[in-house]
Design a protein around this ligand. Sequence first.
Ligand code: FAD
Length: 352
Amino acid sequence: MQEKVKYLIVGQGLVGTWMSYFLQQRQLSFKIINDTSIQAATSVASGVINPVTGRRIVQTWMIDSILPFAVKAYTALGELLGTEIIKKAPAILLHPSEQMKESFEYRLTHDNVYLFKNNPEIVHSFFNTPYGTGAIDECYWIDLNKMLSASRLALENKGNYIESNFEISDLTFIENGVSWKNIQADYLIFCDGIHSMHNNYFNKLPFAPNKGEALIIKVPGLPTNHIYKSNISIIPWEDDLFWVGSSYEWSFDNIAPTQEFREKIKETLGMCLKLPFEIVDHLVGVRPANRDRRPFVGMHPSYPQLGICNGMGTKGCSLAPYFTSQLIDHLELGLPIAPEATINRFQSLLQS
Ligand SMILES: Cc1cc2nc3c(=O)[nH]c(=O)nc-3n(C[C@H](O)[C@H](O)[C@H](O)COP(=O)(O)OP(=O)(O)OC[C@H]3O[C@@H](n4cnc5c(N)ncnc54)[C@H](O)[C@@H]3O)c2cc1C
């Protein structure tokens, strides 16, 4: 017998989880299909929301709208799941060079919202800081693995979760919708991260996958209430474990962890960290990034029942709540998707 829902979602990483949250909030029926044997980028990400970026320490795209939306959404999702998933964790900047120190000093007095001078004594016991320190307010850390597993359990309990591989060959089009195995839906939304690259309907979008490696290290005694950023980031993970990374590789032929990365991080940590550390894990993931560094959000121009919410790149934590909500508002209320994010910008590619 065929079951009927309004939305079918492929993938329960960060984006699929947010889709499911907002669909529940709007009391819309859905099923989410996820294959846990396929690694989610979300499960290896450090989970940081940082309102500034780059060597010039400028504010990130749309941060004034996206940050308050994200903080509110993660707090509400945590309350719903009965567990804390977002923590405010100001970032301590350990300037890695004279140039970065100057960049910070300049930004402090020009269009500054988030930077402040911290008390350097706080970090001296833990780090060598030859170029001084600074700090960024309004940084947040999301416990992504807790968020994924608690959400999955809640989805399973409500009968909304299907553990399965979504094979595109099982998809059929029906009048005003789609059918997959025994389920019919008005809309099918791909939230399958980098795997959308191999999907016949969306593979013409300019994906630019980016490999990232990170180490999990044990550092007894290092305070866990801050994020530490130099030319590497050191992020509290759990107990006395810290996530350290990462690499950004645009060109790679495998997704194996590399000895080169491990050695480089060991050397950098040896120079900046005063406390002894032990490496306990080595993570690798592929960021669903794209060439114009803006998300892919919207419905296929030729198949209006097929949609995508993807391409979150290095900023999934802040972008995912905002753009999943926007996609649902677009479908349910006819509201527009931000022009920089809508896949309408690739209409001719998708129709070719
Ligand atoms: C090393 C590293 C560090 C990062 N750090 C940060 C950070 O600090 N802050 C930040 O904002 N972002 C960070 N990111 C980026 C962030 O991880 C991504 O933007 C985000 O996780 C993408 O989420 P997603 O849901 O699109 O994809 P994914 O998390 O990859 O989820 C896709 C889901 O789809 C499922 N799936 C795929 N194909 C199928 C199929 N055929 N059938 C069923 N299920 C399927 C997969 O199992 C997975 O669960 C980092 C990424 C990496 C690799």
